[in-house]
Each structure stands twice: as C-alpha cells, then as structure tokens.
Design a protein. Structure first.
Lengths: 735, 82
C-alpha cells in the first residue's frame, strides 16, 4: 500500500472552456459560463439559466453525450500526459456520473412520442456504458468502473483510482467525471425548488444552484511509473476520504457532521493538519442548505488557519457527476501554478456583507490571486448523503502506510426472483409494506423507496442480521457499503423522464427525482441503518455485483472501515425487458431481478466480535477488454482469473469449484470454454436457471453460494467470476 | 366539484404520488406528523399535485392548510375558480 499516486495529465471540457487552456484562463479571469439554457426547454419554469458546453468537435456521435464529453476530456488528458499508444492501452477508466445516459433516454422517449423507435439509443442509457464506451473508443484495457454517487462521483473516482494503484491493480488510470446538461436534472432540481433564478451565488446570495455540464479527466499514475517514462508531474494525491451522512436523501446534515468527518478523514489519510492546507475548492453549490452547513464545517475545521476558499461553481455551474473532477482539475492547476481561483458574483454590497458569514476565513472574491500553495483540498457533497474530500500536494507526499488484514465473509442476505414463476420469460419480485415492517422499516422510509431501493434494503438488512451487526455510535463510522449494479433505478428514471417528455420541464416530480440518482438505494440503506462509513455505487454491467466485493476489499485495506457490505442489485423494468428482448443478448434465459449482499469483515474485527466466518476472500482481480482482437474479452476473463489466483497465492489446480455468470450469447460459449481449459474437469456452477438472470444480483450471489459451500465443507476453495460491459471480476474464496 | 369529490381526488393523489397506504388516509389523519410523517420534499409534490388537479397554487401557503386531507380540501374549495 505504499505506492504514491501522481497527476500527470489533465483534460477538461466545461461551460468555461472546451479544453484545459481555455477553461483555466476563464477561471483565472473570473469569467462565467452561465447563460440562458438552449439544450432543454425551460418553458413555464421559474428559472432558465445553465452552463452548457458548445463544442463542434465532440467525438463519437454514436454514444451518449456523457461518454462523448468524457472521451473529449480523456483525449486531451492522454495527449497532455504524453502517453504513447502502447502505454495508453494499459490504462484503466474510472468515471463518475450522476445522471448517466439521461440524454439518450430523453431522445429515445421523444422519438417514441413521435412514433419512432430509435433502438440505437438503448445501449447508451445506463451509466454502465460510459467507461466502457470511453475504453472502446480510446482502446484502454485497464480496470474500468463508473462511480455513480451523484455529485460526489467525480472526486470519488479519482480516489478510487488511487486505491486501485495502491493495491496493485494498475499503474495508470484516466479518472474523473462526466455529466451532460439534461431535462432530467433541470426538471428535477426545478421541482425541488433548488434552481436559482439568478446565476448561482455560492457563499453569497445562496438562492440555489445553476446546473452545468462537462467532463474533467485526470491521468492518475503510480509515481515510479510516471518517473520511468519521464512524465511531467502536476501534483501528487496526498490523501482522500469518502463517507456517508446517514441523514437525508437530498439535504445535507445541517450540523455538518458528515462533511467535517470526511474532511478529517482526508486530512488523516494525508497525515496533515488543517493549517497545512493552503486552498479549499469548496462544494459551494449555492443552495441555502448546502452553504449554511458548509460554512459551519469550514469554520469548525479551518478557523484560525491561513486557508483560502472559493467555489468555482460560480463560473461553471454545478456539473453534478463531473463537478468533483472539473474542480479537481482546477485544484491541481491552483497547486501547480500558485493561483487561487475566485468565487465570482459579489457586488460591493455583497463584499461588505461577507465578513459576517466568512469571519476570519479568506474567501477569494471575484478575482483570482497568487499564493504559494503546497496542499489544496477539493470537497464534494452529494445526494444520498455521500461526501468526498481529496487533497493534492505540490511536493512529494507519501501517504501513511496501513497494514492489510485478511478479509472474511461473515454474513449475507439475498432476495432473487424465481425463474419457475416467470411470465413471458420475465420473473419479478413483489414486496409489500409487511416485508419491511417485519424488518423494522417504518412507513416514512418504505414510502420513499423505489423497487431498486426496496431490493437493496431487504438484502442489506438480512445481511446485517446474518452477521449479527448492531450499529452503534462506536462503530457507525467503521461500516460502509459498496453497491454494484448493471442498470440502476431504471423504472424511476423512465417514469420521471416520460412525464417530462410528455408535459415539459415543469412536470418533474420532487418525490421521484431523488430516486433517479443511482446511489439513492445506498443512501436509503445508510439512513435506515445509520452507517456512516464509505459509501459507493458502481455501475458496470452484471459483473458489478462481484466488482463491489473487490472494491470493498480495497476500502477495508485502507483501514478506515472494519466492515463493508458489498452488494449486487438490479431491478426489472419495461425498459430492461424491451432491451433484452430486442437485442437478444439474454438468449432464452429468464430475465429476473433481485439483490444480494455479502458482509465483508477484517480478521481483527471478526475475531473481536467472535462472529462466524464463512470463507476468506483470498484474492481478487478485475480486468477489461476494449474489444480489440489483440486482447479479446476472453483474454480478459482468463487474465482476471489468473491474477486473482496469483493474488491469492494459489494455483488453478487447488480450486475445487467454479461459480460463473457468463454471457448469454455466443461469447458465453467462449467464456465457458476458457474456464474449462483453466480448470479441467471442475464443475462450473450457475444458479440463474433457478432465479432468472438477476444481473448484478446474480453475480454477487455467486460469492454467497461459494461461501456456503466452503462453510459446509463441500469444497475447500472456489473461484467466482462474472462478465459485464467488457469487464471481468474474479474472486478467490477459501476456507 | 363538491367537497367529497375534491377530498377523494386529493386522497388518490397522496396514494399514487407519495406511496401512502390508502388505509392510513382518513380525512383527518395528520400528514406531516404521526405515522404518515411527510417531509418538505413531499410537500412540494402535494403543491404540484393540487396545482395540476385544481389549478390552485399553494406555494408559500401557511402550514396548517397542509395538516390533513380536510385542510387541503377546504383550501382548494375556497381558492378554486368556479
């Protein structure tokens, strides 16, 4: 875990510029990118401003705008970093997004309204497609993931790329975030009355947000790797933290506890004090609730220091899943050029009123300033209560080392559909209020849940119960959650979008909107259980249900958490059914839905609690194929299995059974052939014949089945492996 | 539209849009406290629902008018254009 992570390339496209130079010039000169919106119709809405990207050279028109913005920024970052085609081909892609393919969903439904079926849009609808499409377009074959934790996603993606480097899963990542301007977000924030009529005015008028769009991509690279190829180093990632408020699905905790906790986590992981930080790029959305809570957090942590603070959202607008990444680009530039970006929009009168709120803290007003900056922080606070904080350092900065403990499965819960009850090849699960009442869930929470959230809550609560976990003030910060999904909350997104397409942007539902973000299910779970540790949702095809386990193990390795829940959850919906039928990718298999959760726990914690250990996670690995013939998906599958075995210190011959969720079309035959070659004569188990294809839930359930078989001494070891969006995750489990 | 019809429509909206179980929705059941426990986001949905159904704008209207179905119904009856 001693590896250092440096930033060697930057790429950006956002409302203040179509590249790094343009964008940074605008920021330094305090130029706004906000104006009347053109890409959505604000007719009848009380607000009509936004920050849009006007760029004729966005590549890959076949993809969703989220991927196109991402590819544009990634191309610049690759060029800026001086990577050769060969070096680049090994890079991974970790992208944050809030709304995923909302623009494609809008376009699809708008065409449908006019009597046209535009099926090409369907594969672009899920956030799962963004990293995959970016990797395919640029031929990148490292680990991919889409982190879909709303407005904290961009910051978390950079942090996760560092986790992957530190645990040896890659040397080079394109990490950041992307989100397009969309009717979904515009109508949603409008319904919540969270849009500002004027340009957003963070830490000043605080009347609401102005939405933006764009993408920021950073080349995050292992230090020795960067030095060996003679790369220019902008800054080093000094530390980071991620946590959950466990307070409210849209509003921040007014006490600022979660925000302060995540800032302290980042400081501790960097081994520095508040007074070491020269600049904070604040979340600073400009909503009254955010600004009030954030003022409180900043005062509590930084009063008495020389820190300078600004919100660049005053110029770019709130770019949602791209926000943390766009702001990370600006923060890295601030560190490397010793320039403090401003918060713009203060009148003379506003300036006079500022000291009352700012106190002694230095808020950079209207104009950028020079300042020697050695360490700078960027903060992001999201819907669902997810918070993230990251620190960049100008100088060499080794993060304190943490000792990696063994990880065990100490509990699980699952709810999967029954394939034998399928109608027209689709099997669903019906949950009622009583299913929640008997699990201690009150109406106030049940009412707020969509199907995706219901399934997640049930499997999560059952997993907690199975592992005998009680959340207390002592352990609430030591328990976290990673949820993997293929398609996320499709039903809620479709319903919300359909309403807007039919009736316009005034018809957004304030009740539904919070559930259209992929991490709402994780947020509801965290609120119900009171768990305040790491919280992430990963959209990355079916295998996300296993990738969540690998992700959770990396989080446990960092040492802030003792217990991590790793889930796979996918719901059925008309849209998913339509897609599977028309594309034929499911073959004759029943399409199911469900959620599966395993409790992962460090040996120290499990032994301290004297809890039953079902199996050890002995090793894991993630791989990705961009689809080129030179490194096919089957090659990636083999590589995932081989790497996981190597990490476990085991040979293929020592594995007793294989649990695999393979493709349902001809690629599945190749995958099963490869597994038969790797593990001659071994049984390959796949329970989707019983449950239907519950996608990420089916992938996660493989780990439960393996752990149960190991616990029952049927076998001594197993490999669980799954496919999805060109990626593969393999997990080795043993007694 | 008479009072009963208005109340019935409001009740349907609360069941449909806010997923409140119908059996809890007596006309005098407190909406923002007790068992039902609505919050500020729910109130936005109610305002939007009432506006859609009756053309009555309840933005900024005093809290007591949201107390229960009776209060909402009275407000709509008093403020709807005939």
């Amino acid at each position: 875990m001693k590896k250092r992570c440096v930033i060697t390339g930057l790429g950006i496209v956002c409302p203040v510029g179509n590249n790094l130079e343009e964008s940074w010039n605008s920021i330094v000169n305090g130029k706004t990118g906000l104006a009347k919106v053109t890409s959505v119709n604000p007719e009848g809405c009380y607000a009509d401003l936004g920050g849009e990207v006007f760029c004729d050279s966005l590549p890959a028109p076949e993809y969703d705008r989220s991927a196109r913005l991402c590819i544009k920024a990634a191309e610049e970052a690759i060029h800026d970093s001086g990577l050769t085609a060969e070096e680049k081909s090994r890079a991974g892609v970790i992208v944050g997004s809030c709304i995923g393919g909302a623009v494609s969903i809008d376009e699809y439904m708008t065409a449908q309204k006019d009597g046209k079926e535009d099926d090409r849009r369907i594969p672009n609808m899920a956030a799962s497609s963004i990293a995959n499409h970016t990797a395919a377009y640029l031929n990148l074959n490292g680990v991919t993931a889409n982190i879909v934790n709303a407005c904290a996603a961009g910051t978390m993606s950079i942090a996760y790329a560092c986790d992957l480097i530190r645990s040896g899963e890659g040397d080079l990542f394109l990490a950041g975030g992307t989100d397009p301007f969309s009717s979904l977000a515009f109508a949603g924030f409008h319904a919540l009355h969270a849009l500002s009529e004027e340009c957003c005015s963070p830490f000043n008028h605080s009347h609401g947000i102005t939405l933006g769009e764009g993408s920021g991509i950073l080349v995050v690279e292992e230090y020795e790797h960067a030095v060996a190829r003679g790369a220019r180093i902008y800054a080093e990632v000094a530390g980071y933290g991620v946590n959950s408020d466990a307070y409210h699905i849209t509003a921040p905790d007014p006490s600022g506890q979660g925000q302060m906790d995540v800032i302290r986590r980042a400081l501790a992981s960097a081994g520095v004090k508040p007074s070491d930080i020269s600049y904070v790029n604040a979340h600073g959305t400009g909503t009254p609730k955010n600004d009030e809570a954030e003022f409180l957090s900043l005062h509590t942590i930084f009063d008495g220091t020389d820190v300078s603070i600004s919100s660049t959202k005053s110029m770019t607008g709130h770019c949602l899943g791209a926000a943390g990444a766009v702001e990370a680009v600006f923060t890295v530039k601030a560190v490397s050029e010793n320039i403090l970006p401003p918060t713009i929009g203060y009148t003379e009168e506003d300036k006079k009123a500022l000291p009352e709120k700012a106190g002694d803290l230095d808020f950079v007003v209207n104009e950028s300033r020079e300042k020697e900056i050695s360490l700078a922080m960027s903060n992001s606070f999201a819907f669902g209560g997810t918070n993230a904080s990251i620190i960049f350092s100008k100088d060499k900065h080794e993060m304190p080392e943490t000792e990696k403990d063994k990880v065990y499965i100490t509990g699980f819960g699952k709810i999967l559909s029954d394939a034998s009850a399928a109608e027209e090849n689709v099997a669903g699960i019906t949950l009622e209020m009583k299913d929640f009442t008997e699990r201690g869930v009150k109406l106030g929470i049940f009412r707020k849940l969509d199907k995706f959230g219901q399934l997640q809550l049930v499997s999560g609560i059952d997993a907690f119960k199975s592992a005998g976990i009680t959340v207390t003030e002592e352990n609430e910060r030591k328990i976290g959650t990673i949820i993997g999904t293929s398609a996320g909350p499709v039903t809620e997104v479709s319903n919300f979008q359909k309403n807007i397409v039919d009736k316009g942007c005034t018809a957004g539902s304030a009740f539904t909107f919070p559930n259209t973000v992929y991490n709402a299910a994780g947020g509801h779970f965290s609120i119900f259980t009171g768990t305040k540790g790491y919280c992430a949702t990963v959209a990355n095809g079916t295998q996300a249900g296993l990738q969540s386990i690998a992700y959770a193990c990396d989080v446990l390795g960092k040492g802030d958490e003792d217990i991590m829940l790793a889930s796979g959850t996918d719901e059925g919906s008309d849209m998913v059914t339509y897609f599977y039928r028309h594309s034929g990718i499911n073959g004759s298999r029943v399409l199911g839905e469900g959620s599966s959760t395993v409790v992962l726990e460090t040996a120290r914690s499990a032994e301290g609690r004297q809890v039953h250990k079902y199996a050890e996670i002995a090793g894991y690995a993630m791989t990705h194929s961009a689809g080129a013939n030179s490194y096919s998906e089957t090659d990636a599958l083999e590589a995932a299995v081989r790497k996981a075995l190597a990490n476990a210190g085991m040979e293929a011959g020592q594995i007793d059974r294989i649990y695999a969720v393979t493709n349902n079309h001809e690629q599945g035959d190749r995958e099963r052939e490869a597994l038969a070659k790797l593990f001659p004569g071994k049984t390959v188990s796949d329970s989707r014949d019983k449950t239907g294809d519950c996608r990420a839930a089916s992938a996660n359930a493989l780990a439960i089945e393996a752990a149960q078989a190991i616990d029952a001494s049927e076998i001594g070891s197993a490999v669980a492996v799954s496919y999805g969006c060109g990626s593969y995750t393999a997990i080795v489990l043993k007694k | 539209m008479n009072k009963e019809e208005v109340a019935a429509k409001i009740k349907d909206m609360l069941v449909e849009n806010l997923r409140i179980p119908e059996e809890l929705l007596e006309d005098d059941a407190e909406l923002f406290g007790g068992e039902i426990g609505l919050d500020s986001v729910d109130s936005l949905e109610i305002i939007s629902g009432i506006d859609d159904m009756f053309g009555v704008n309840m933005t900024g209207v005093a809290k007591e008018n949201f107390r229960d179905i009776n209060a909402l119904t009275n407000y709509v009856m008093e403020n709807a254009e005939a």
